[in-house]
Each structure stands twice: as C-alpha cells, then as structure tokens.
Design a protein around this ligand. Sequence first.
Ligand code: 5GP
Ligand code: ZN
Length: 113
Amino acid sequence: MADCLFCNIAAGKIPSNKLYEDDTLLAFYDIDPQAPVHFLVIPKTHIDSAAALTEADAPLLGHVFAVIAKLCAELGCDGGYRVVTNVGEDGGQSVKHLHFHVLAKRSLAWPPG
Ligand code: 5GP
Ligand code: ZN
C-alpha cells in the first residue's frame, strides 16, 4: 500500500535500522524503544493486523516466531523476551500494518497497562 509506513519501510523507501531481512520478513529496531532491546518484525506484504490473519498464514507466522527466536538468541536475550501484536484502537495499534513487537533485557510488568 503506497501510503502505509511499514510497506514503505519494507520497500526501503523509508530508512530503518534493520536487524534481519529475507524474502518475506523484515526486522528493524523501533524508533521509540520501550526496552533495551525493542524491535519490530513485519511481513513484507501488507496485512492490516492480526485480525486479518487466516489459516493460510500459518507458515508465515511460524517463520515470524522462528526468526524472533533466532534474533533473540543472537542478541543474548537470555532472560527471556516478550512478543506483542497490538490490534485496533483498544489494542493500541498505531500503524495499520501487522507487526510484532519484541521487547527484552528488562523485567516486563504484567498485566500491561
Ligand atoms: P503500534 O503502536 O502500532 O503497536 O506500534 C507501532 C510502533 O512503530 C511504535 O512502537 C512506534 O514507535 C514504531 N514506529 C512508528 N514509526 C516508526 C518509524 O518510522 N520507524 C521505526 N523504526 N519505528 C516506528
Ligand atoms: Zn503496509
């Protein structure tokens, strides 16, 4: 989508601090980090949010979580990490392109605010 921020980041039209890239995914650091490690993983194709996922997206989601596990191991997130995807207004989603936040290297509170 031409006017989607994360589509433009995926296409390299808007710069990002990339951690990982392949044919289907991009991982890059969040511009406003909420933890010592805070990066985002996005599919390169536009999906509005997790609410738009279907059974057909199972391979994509498996790949997302495998890449997250690999990156967290490489970054030494030995104490654990949190994966979050916000959906819609009540979920706190500000960018309407599916993305997974990965937060690590501090103790994270639960429940979230
Ligand atoms: P949401 O609120 O939709 O769950 O998360 C969107 C995230 O994207 C926020 O954590 C925000 O800091 C991040 N973000 C927004 N604009 C940019 C940008 O231009 N570059 C990067 N790297 N992150 C962004
Ligand atoms: Zn998009």
